[in-house]
Ligand binder design. Structure first.
Ligand code: NAP
Length: 244
């Protein structure tokens, strides 16, 4: 049974992904910042007969917490096959280029970039033991330099209001490229799940967390999907490739 560790799995896209993977027969470790919210998520899954899941308490902005989570997971499993770096925050307003503050940049980067870095570096040794190690980083098309500079892009106006979030996702994309270059035996995917109705978007959006999870799970099951590409659910072309 393949083992998956998902960060930010107590709600939203992470939770929907956990549920679908459990339904497909994976064993899932639900990375949750709050034990209480994690237990609530676990209960929800159990009530649907999905029992191959455990929670792993982790705050990805805290070195000690990440270290403890790695130690805990090491007691439960000798290896993990798939790591889904799903945690992300948008940060507070204002985020436009003339008003954004350094401290808000630091906060968003601490989660979206440094948090991912902490988790990858701490859990890599468990992934290396898998025959098919796979890392999926959840990004956003808002991090695309090409789209962000195109006036014709449908999110052009809004994207400029979320500049800190956009820069953090662009940085995550670059980090993911470097990670892929350094780990040639790993499958590395970078996914924009589309504009999804979750707490992160104040429940605005075009799709549901379940629809976003479909894209993520498809990337795990379908080995013909190319790795080291930036794929967007918002791009309706056949390849769904998103420009960097
Ligand atoms: N929704 C969209 O339209 C959309 C579009 C493009 C990309 N994305 C990306 O998709 C991913 C998931 O987003 P979502 O919409 O599902 O958001 P969400 O509903 O707000 O869920 C975010 C999850 O991350 C957790 N989290 C936040 N900070 C954390 C930390 N420091 N340590 C551990 N966990 C933490 C939250 O836990 P708590 O419950 O404890 O807060 C929650 O479980 C993000 O990377 C986001 O950038 C979303």
């Amino acid at each position: 049974m393949k083992k998956v560790f998902i960060t930010g799995a107590n709600k939203g896209i992470g939770f929907a992904t956990a549920k679908q993977l459990l339904q497909k027969g994976f064993y899932v470790y639900l990375g949750c910042r709050s034990q209480e919210r994690g237990l609530h998520a676990l209960e929800q899954l159990r009530s649907e007969g999905l029992t191959n899941a455990e929670i792993l308490q982790i705050d990805i902005t805290n070195d000690e917490s990440v270290k403890n989570a790695r130690t805990e997971l090491g007691k439960k499993a000798e290896k993990i096959d798939i790591l889904i770096n799903n945690v992300g925050i948008t940060g507070n307003m204002p985020q436009d280029a003339l008003s954004a503050t350094v401290s808000e940049f630091e906060k968003v980067f601490d989660t979206n970039l440094y948090g991912t870095l902490r988790v990858v570096q701490s859990f890599k040794d468990l992934l290396v033991k898998s025959e098919e190690p796979h890392i999926i980083n959840i990004s956003s098309s808002i991090g695309s330099l090409t789209l962000h500079s195109a006036r014709s892009w449908k999110y052009y106006e809004n994207a400029n209001l979320f500049m800190i979030y956009a820069v953090s996702k662009a940085a995550l994309n670059m980090y993911s490229i470097s990670l892929g270059n350094q780990l040639p035996k790993f499958r590395i995917n970078l996914i924009d799940p589309g504009f999804i109705r979750t707490d992160l978007t104040n429940n605005q959006g075009n799709g549901t967390p379940d629809e976003a999870a479909n894209t993520i799970v498809k990337t795990i099951l379908d080995k013909s999907i190319p790795t080291r590409k930036f794929v967007s659910e918002d791009n309706n072309s056949e390849t769904q490739e998103c420009p960097w």
